[in-house]
Design a protein. Structure first.
Lengths: 779, 159
């Protein structure tokens, strides 16, 4: 009965088979199902889920970047009226959790590794009492030497941040030593020989800054015992299923003893993938027996969460006389901060992205992920593809200039072809980069503008290849007694409109009005397993799972229709939500079949869909990498037109063109929304945003000194969609969540290079940095 | 020390005892359950807690509750006529896809309401300026601008 094994006859019975012809709701920007709740204030986020008798939790953070904890005395805090619990690592299970390497304790054990590491926590009757109590906890530290950059963290004699590094459990056996928690190499072809053959070799060092994902909703969670006595957590998450497993691991409980209820999520962008405050909150509930809420402040968001890790990339590129890239070498260093979190994942992605969207037959990469005593850095939208794309795309413009070529020309000459080998060993597929480039250049008026811009104006291009899809998704379709339909999914709609698109997919397959379909209320008990809203995978993966589940229901209905109408399945066709016997004309509709299923024939209709989009590559890939082969890629071209004031270094982005190979836009308005939002985020990353740290202390932990784009910075973006259906995507769709942010910084850097002749290889290119770069060039 | 105060919120009077340092956002969100008013930063930088005080947008995290007596307060919960009849701005935000995660939406809509109350036909610069204190990380603001323009048209058409 599994839809993957559908008999052949169903294919010919469908008058309007999936993937062909006009659709009823696919491709239409229907109203989103969360809009009403969100514009009326009825939508509730984690911090809005107050429970009866609830306590307020607050966390005491390490004030030292690296120190031994000699003593914690909670007694004065415990004695404060209104304090119900004070916890330290002594109250927490001795477990470690993490995304790839399980290195992180719930509360610091014996040692603190960064300013902002949770050391103790309090539950009290009010926020004020909790804050007072934190001040009364006495912690005695013995400082240890600390390291804050690659230079001081890498030497053999550097102070070791994780003496137990080798003993940590990990999802893969990463090569680890000193402060390095992953060291891996990979190559394709013969880079040495190709560099030997190269006409010119370019080598540059590129750095990218730590940035905050910038979601407006600070992390919050509420834990409580439910009516059965089970630990229940309301939380915002991009990754319900994994968080469920992680929290169980951290608390040393079976998953059946914990129930997560995802609320609306006030933005994620990679910042809400993993658990952080939840285990602390749960322990406070376990000890007090009462509901506990922890809501982070904006300041805590900067030092106690997981902003995107800073990078250093040394990129060496060898080109032939005609501009063909024949060799490339990337040495990638990722500052993980105090714990590994997502750094291993993004570092892997970075190594596998060094070819960009180009045919580079000989290349190699080395990637090292380095612990420091900085914030526990994480990942952001673009997940490790952003950084090497910045390096490669700006390097290309420097090469083009040296060779006397146009930046567009050198790109067109090197574009990858379907089936080209990637460094990972898989071949690239669903390639439409030539189309995105041609469309973007035409729309931006690139060729006309290129040499006709006024002084201090410049135009720049960047191309992007981004993997789409990741790992597993599942979905269920339940047909209710009133012939409405509930979709079960582990995907939390973090604001993208994914739930609306799932409804569109189910409506299209089942042939019923979309109003009849809703997303089932979610919790970790009932929501089908899903790797989550990340990795440009939600629509591709879970969309496929929903499609399969809906097809499963439709097939069950076919069998039922055959019994009810007393005819062979071969004589039935599906039309407008009804099964019609095309020889007799007899038909039975959706509602009648639902009734038949519940009270007469086979039993209730329940569809199931499981989908795995990636397959593991050889273990390891190269030396020390662990990665998957991806089902498809999204290709993009971004074109920026900027004006630079050379007197001040001020940069104004005047025009922006953003063209994406989306496969099929299932909900064009939501696709545009993803692109417009991602491009403005990208502008922030390119010229505005940077978390400044000094000896591991964040110096700008607020939204004034950390400057995100406002309405004053917004620009009209010319969005272009290339729709060439992907054969594996649901109704042809590819992912669009990340591709539009990746090329923004290099397109802007290249435009500045065009305007000024100065290439800034360090992000962000804020006015001061550009000003001094221009000054230096002029001397 | 607690003080007895009366706050008029969404045309209803609420009798409360507050301490003099209690912020309006906490009274609304934590004590009255008006959770549509969001806490994004606590320092007036993000605009998520924007409400209308005497018709003008303020960030309620920088406003003491005790100082709001005698002035009508409108939160997002008080904007629609009823469940069936949304304010034109609410309608337009849904229709234009100006809502993604929704966390900035209440404050954004209330800032826009004051703009449209004053200037029913705002130009682009006026819209940007009116919304400059409300951060949105999801949309890139473009669809929000579209929604505000469209709501302005609806309001003008309806009057």
């Amino acid at each position: 009965m599994h839809p993957a094994a559908l008999p052949d006859e169903i294919q010919i019975l469908e008058e309007n088979p999936v993937g062909v012809g006009e659709y009823a709701v696919i491709g239409k920007s229907i109203l989103r199902d969360d809009g009403y709740a969100k514009v009326t204030g009825k939508a509730r986020f984690s911090a809005d889920m107050a429970q009866h008798n609830m306590l307020i939790g607050k966390i005491l953070y390490s004030s030292r970047p690296h120190a031994r904890i000699l003593k914690i005395d909670p007694s004065k805090a415990q004695a404060l009226p209104g304090v119900e619990a004070v916890i330290t690592s002594a109250d927490a299970p001795d477990t470690r959790y993490g995304a790839f390497i399980f290195d992180r304790p719930i509360l610091a054990r014996e040692r603190v590794r960064y300013v902002g590491e949770p050391v103790a926590a309090v539950a009290a009757i009010s926020e004020q009492v909790a804050i007072e109590a934190l001040k009364l906890i006495e912690v005695e530290y013995q400082d240890l030497p600390a390291v804050f950059d690659f230079q001081s963290a890498l030497p053999d004699n550097a102070p070791q941040i994780h003496p137990q590094l080798q003993a940590y459990a990990a999802v893969n056996p990463y090569v680890r030593y000193g402060n390095v928690c992953m060291d891996a190499r990979i190559s394709l072809g013969d880079a040495d020989e190709a560099f030997h053959q190269a006409h010119l070799i370019f080598e540059n060092t590129f750095t990218t800054q730590p940035v905050h994902q910038g979601y407006l909703e600070p992390h919050a969670c509420i834990s409580a015992f439910d009516h059965t006595g089970r630990l229940t957590v309301w939380m915002e998450t991009q990754q319900l299923s994994w968080d469920h497993a992680s929290l169980a691991r951290a608390l040393n409980l079976p998953m059946t003893k914990i129930r997560l209820i995802p609320t609306y999520v006030g933005g994620g962008f990679g910042g809400k993938l993993n658990i952080s405050i939840e285990p602390i909150c749960c322990i406070l509930t376990q000890i007090t027996g009462r509901p506990v809420a922890i809501t982070l402040t904006r300041e805590e968001e900067f030092f106690a969460q997981h902003p995107q890790a800073p990078y250093k990339i040394i990129l060496k590129t060898g080109v032939a006389k005609d501009g063909r890239i024949i060799a490339q070498d990337a040495d990638i260093l990722v500052d993980a901060g105090a714990y590994a979190d997502q750094a291993v994942g993004i570092a892997t992605k970075s190594a596998f992205s060094i070819q960009g969207c180009y045919s580079i037959p000989n290349c190699r990469a080395r990637t090292r992920v380095v612990y420091t005593n900085n914030v526990d850095w994480g990942c952001m939208r673009g997940y490790g593809t952003t950084q090497p794309t910045f390096a490669l795309e700006t390097q290309l413009d420097m090469i083009a200039k040296e060779l006397g070529m146009d930046p567009a020309e050198i790109r067109l000459r090197n574009l990858c072809q379907e089936g080209d080998s990637l460094i990972s060993g898989q071949s690239i597929c669903s390639v439409h980069i030539r189309e995105t480039m041609e469309k973007a250049l035409a729309t931006a008026g690139y060729w006309e503008k290129k040499n006709a811009l006024p002084k201090n104006f410049g135009i720049g291009i960047a191309n992007v290849a981004k993997t789409s899809g990741l790992l597993a998704s599942s979905a269920s379709i339940r047909v209710n007694e009133d012939a409405t339909v509930s979709i079960g999914t582990g995907i939390v709609d973090i604001g993208t409109g994914a739930h609306t698109v799932f409804r569109q997919i189910a409506a299209e397959v089942l042939g019923i009005p979309i109003e009849k379909i809703s997303i089932a209320s979610q919790d970790s008990d009932s929501a089908p397993f899903d790797i989550g809203s990340q990795a440009s995978r939600t629509i591709f993966n879970t969309g496929n799972a929903v499609r399969i589940a809906a097809e499963d229901v439709r097939y069950q209905m076919l069998e039922l229709a055959s019994k009810t109408l007393k005819c062979d399945k071969e004589h039935l066709m599906f039309k407008n939500g009804s099964w019609v016997n095309f020889t007799s004309g007899a038909e039975i509709g959706f509602e009648a079949l639902v009734g038949a299923s519940l009270y007469a024939h086979q039993g209730p209709l329940l569809g199931h869909g499981s989908y795995m989009s990636t397959r593991p590559l050889d273990k390891p890939v190269g030396e020390g990498f662990y990665e998957h082969a991806y089902p498809t890629f999204t290709f993009s071209t971004q074109v920026a037109l900027v004006e630079v004031d050379p007197q001040t270094g001020k940069i104004e982005v005047r025009e922006f063109t953003s063209c994406h190979d989306i496969g099929k836009a299932l909900h064009p308005n939501a696709v545009e929304g993803q692109i417009e939002g991602a491009v403005l985020q990208g502008i922030g990353l390119a010229i505005l945003e940077e978390i400044i740290t000094q000896d591991g202390v964040v110096k700008n932990p607020n939204l004034v000194d950390y400057r995100m784009p406002t309405a004053m910075d917004a620009i009209d973006i010319k969005v272009i969609l290339i729709e060439e259906p992907d054969e594996k995507g649901p109704f042809g769709a590819k992912g669009i969540g990340e591709a539009p942010i990746i090329g923004v910084a290099p397109a802007i850097a290249n435009a500045i290079f065009d305007a000024t002749g100065v290439m800034v290889k360090q992000l962000p290119i804020h006015l001061e940095r550009l000003f001094f770069a221009i000054q230096e060039r002029n001397q | 020390m607690l003080f007895d105060i009366v706050l008029t919120i969404n045309d209803r009077e609420h009798r409360l005892q507050v301490s003099p340092d209690e912020r309006l956002v906490d009274v609304l969100h934590d004590r009255l359950g008006l959770t549509g008013t969001k806490k994004g930063c606590g320092s007036g930088d993000c605009g998520a807690c924007t409400v209308l005080l005497d018709g003008s947008p303020i960030v309620s995290c920088l406003q003491l509750a005790i100082a709001c007596q005698g002035k009508p307060i409108t939160t997002i919960e008080g904007l629609a006529v009823d469940d069936e009849h949304l304010h034109p701005l609410q309608e337009a935000f849904i229709r234009h896809g100006a809502v993604q995660c929704g966390f900035c939406t209440p404050g954004m809509i209330l800032s826009a309401k004051k703009l449209l109350d004053d200037v029913p036909d705002p130009d682009d610069a006026a819209i940007r300026s009116a919304l400059a204190g409300n951060l949105c990380r999801c949309t890139g603001y473009i669809k929000i601008f579209d929604a505000v323009k469209s709501a302005g048209q609806a309001i003008r058409g309806g009057s």
